[in-house]
Design a protein around this ligand. Sequence first.
Ligand SMILES: NC(=O)c1ccc[n+]([C@@H]2O[C@H](COP(=O)([O-])OP(=O)(O)OC[C@H]3O[C@@H](n4cnc5c(N)ncnc54)[C@H](OP(=O)(O)O)[C@@H]3O)[C@@H](O)[C@H]2O)c1
Length: 322
Amino acid sequence: MRAVQVTEHGGPEVLHTVDVADPEPGPEELLVGIAASGVNFIDTYQRGGIYQVSLPFTPGSEGAGTVLSVGSGVHGFEIGDRVAWAMVPGSYAERAVVPASKAVALPTTLGERTAAAAMLQGLTAHYLTASTHAVKPGTVALVHAAAGGMGLLLTQLITLRGGHVIATVSTPEKERLAREAGAEDVIRYTEQDVTSRVRELTGGVGVHVAYDGVGRDTFDASLASLRPRGTLALFGAASGPVPPVDPQRLNSAGSVFLTRPTLAHHMLDRAELDWRVGELFDLITRNELRIRIGGSYPLADAADAHEALEGRRTTGKVLLEP
Ligand SMILES: NC(=O)c1ccc[n+]([C@@H]2O[C@H](COP(=O)([O-])OP(=O)(O)OC[C@H]3O[C@@H](n4cnc5c(N)ncnc54)[C@H](OP(=O)(O)O)[C@@H]3O)[C@@H](O)[C@H]2O)c1
């Protein structure tokens, strides 16, 4: 089969498409023919070596497709089933082995492209708004990079839960998308000062929660935008990692809470995965949550997909379609 391989850490140019042997499913695993793989920022951190992965490796940790064969001891899945997954390595390929424990069956009305686009970022937006900080009617939230893959999902979920979104974006087109997703206030953070604008918009009080996947460039503004006892959910580093933080800053900012959560700790068992996926797929199939696929590339153009994502040129989800 064809698969993308990284043999040395570096920029997008280290992503090469090569021929490799078809993987074999072991016990309690499925072999899946991949229809679409999601591209995520974590793939760029792994490619660049910010996150350690031993070389060589095939990037990609989510996708959707059709079961081609099943290993011993698999219950609940058979050949021909359509499935999706997140947090399984090796999805930039024509085929992947997926543990049955991480596979979810697709409802008949949900296409593979949409499912691949929804899994990792959708489950993340779910845990951030349901578990990290339970958004309820009246919650005021700051969402950075609101037209991105995570941003559009967070903005919609917060709005669906009755919250008020103050979004940040870099361009007029991204502002339009953030507003369409439900953001009531939008700050062009490349031109406006986020902290003072948030204070103005909230009558000087600040937000209950700041969702920050941008990291280094936005961290200080996120912290300074919280109301007393607010929460800063730092869930990524699109602009680079945040330098070490003195805990005393959390006191000065208003006895606030800082967390650096990750999806792996929010799908700890099958029941938790099924709960989050069930709510996510329900919202999508009822058309209440829209999945925007902003870009799609063949496997061989994975480098272009990474360049676009890191170059701030994408909106919504980026897919590879083998
Ligand atoms: N912790 C978790 O469980 C988890 C799971 C999924 C994703 N994430 C994180 O969520 C964040 C967003 O991921 P995504 O895949 O949805 O990406 P994305 O938001 O679609 O793309 C990143 C966006 O960040 C903004 N940005 C600001 N400064 C940037 C810079 N210097 N370089 C690149 N982008 C910059 C850009 O939007 P503007 O042009 O509007 O500024 C850009 O479009 C990432 O940090 C990722 O690691 C975390």
